[in-house]
Write a protein that binds this ligand. Sequence first.
Ligand SMILES: O=C(O)[C@@H](CO)OP(=O)(O)O
Length: 329
Amino acid sequence: MATATFHQSIVSLASPSSTISQCGFKIDSSLSFTSKKINFCKIKAMASVSYNNTLLSPSKTIPENSLKKPNEAALILIRHGESLWNEKNLFTGCVDVPLTEKGVEEAIEAGKRISNIPVDVIFTSSLIRAQMTAMLAMIQHRRKKVPIILHDESEQAKTWSQVFSDETKNQSIPVIPAWQLNERMYGELQGLNKQETAERYGKQQVHEWRRSYDIPPPKGESLEMCAERAVAYFQDNIEPKLAAGKNVMIAAHGNSLRSIIMYLDKLTCQEVISLELSTGIPLLYIFKEGKFMKRGSPVGPTEAGVYAYTKRLAQYRQKLEEDSEVICP
Ligand SMILES: O=C(O)[C@@H](CO)OP(=O)(O)O
């Protein structure tokens, strides 16, 4: 019998949470970003102490973690595929609508693009369009590990979703939903048609609501407000995983991801205004020695490009090729 629950083992790798002010991240009128100073030694120590209990232990078939350096990891960002309200051109925000058929196809296509990049843990928003995207993408993955959503909404939910086989756990990828990664709350615009709203309030006003940095829509969040919660979550919960050498995928939304990219790429509030993300296109970053290096959108699985990004990915591919008959019969 396993001694650690699926949920416990994931949580055990997380760093103690710190507030936005504690971690030195500051958004002011001049928008200076000071990256959170992570205590790498402490995180590394925590990771190694809890490793024996974790579900993310090395596969018996491919010793993935033997290829990992603790200070290097891949970060994949995916905006969800087209939703039913994207299709209808409605402001969506935190309304929980599913993908269209096209969105499903986009998610599958995104999965093909990243199918050779090992993923240790997935973060999604709490909204179904991001979760559908993550799940559909992962069923394309070459390793065929099973993405499993962690439920921590109650003690009972945690207890009732335990997995009791280490082997099964090793063949799983934890999926952690977080409301902080949700789309920005669009206030009283949610459910309104974007075109009709522009005709009613004027194009300029609607453009300011949609793309300015610090002007919120009526009773909604500005990008700045969305960035405060999304980036704080990223720093407190996702960066420690990357620092421990875990490859992370985030499936989220246009504006929560714009906020995170603003932080990763150190964009100014002027620069982020013109940043637009396509639905279902994965973006790859390499986290190394505390820095994020943008690697663009991975190409399809038949092309070699993605493996050139790090030596470790190249080694992983070689190992995958060697063992592919065992893993993917
Ligand atoms: O409606 C929304 O929630 C968002 C994303 O689709 O719209 P916008 O393009 O204004 O960011």
